[in-house]
Design a binder for this molecule. Sequence first.
Ligand code: AMP
Ligand code: MG
Length: 343
Amino acid sequence: MRGAIRAVSVAAVVTRAVQAQAQRGQIDKSDGSPVTIADFAAQAVLIRELSRVDPGLRVAGEESSGYLREPVHEGELRGALDAARRVWPGVSQEEFLATIDRGATRLEGEDCPESFWTIDPIDGTKGFIRGHQYSICVALIQRGRPVVAALGCPNLSEDFGRAFTDPDPRGVILAATGDGPTVGLSCAEPTAEAGPSGPLTRVERVDRMERGGPSGRALVFCESFEGSHSDQHATGRVIRLMEAQGRAIGPPARIDSQCKYAIVARGQADVFLRRSRDPARRDWIWDHAPGWLVAARAGVTVTDSYGREVDFARGRLLEANQGMLAAAGALHGEVLAELRKLT
Ligand code: AMP
Ligand code: MG
């Protein structure tokens, strides 16, 4: 777990530097999917750092080098390489591109290794470009189950009172293994070889079941900032159905990336709901595996939005699942019951 935490904190040095630039390294790809030079640089850096602790590692990552290898994109290649060199001084262009492509491991059928890392160097790229929240996500999957995860949230404050749209200078990292509690630490710059300094503190979900009752505070839902990524209308309908039964519920927190798992894991929000707008769409494993483990080990129940167990053994996509629902205790069943009433 220490190696995964270190990898995330080193990658955060790169993403922070790029996010501080006026253009935030944005690349307009013709297929409309947003990406930045930081996505490429952070993928190379994550794989390099993880390979220090796991030299023979196999990786399924979001990015590949094809775009950067096209001669017309030489400027972007230079920008990505310069960003990576902040923490990987002197890396050659060829080693940089080859390292990005170590993330191309196929996971389908018999090709799937028993143990592999899945990484999303910048989850929530649209949030990253807006200057809002994003996350750096790493998980080790063994025999279909996430067993180590580090979820870097470089702009997420330890202070629950800080607006999500107001980036924190330090940020937080949440991490977990399959058999221990979720821990958290500051996402401050790592020291030379030792990785991030500072203690790991146990992340404990304050049980907020009393919220939304006669004496409690309002429940908090969280969902995607981008209305095109999940059905915000459905979230609103579930909230109204629960309010009709006496629950007090505040306006949903809209936040990019797997930071949503982090805020539910630490009890800042009570429910993370992602209902697909398109029933045919399947999410990528790297968009959920790290968040799944840090939330689950903090005591949160995570299923898809139909209440099905999340199955990470179906390849690069979560073929057996649609949407996602994370909530603690009886609240999970309560939200699921209302979701089932929606057509
Ligand atoms: P979020 O941060 O909740 O907005 O989710 C970000 C993730 O949504 C990205 O990593 C994408 O893989 C995924 N995504 C992109 N486009 C869509 C879409 N049209 N529907 C659902 N998810 C999407
Ligand atoms: Mg993503």
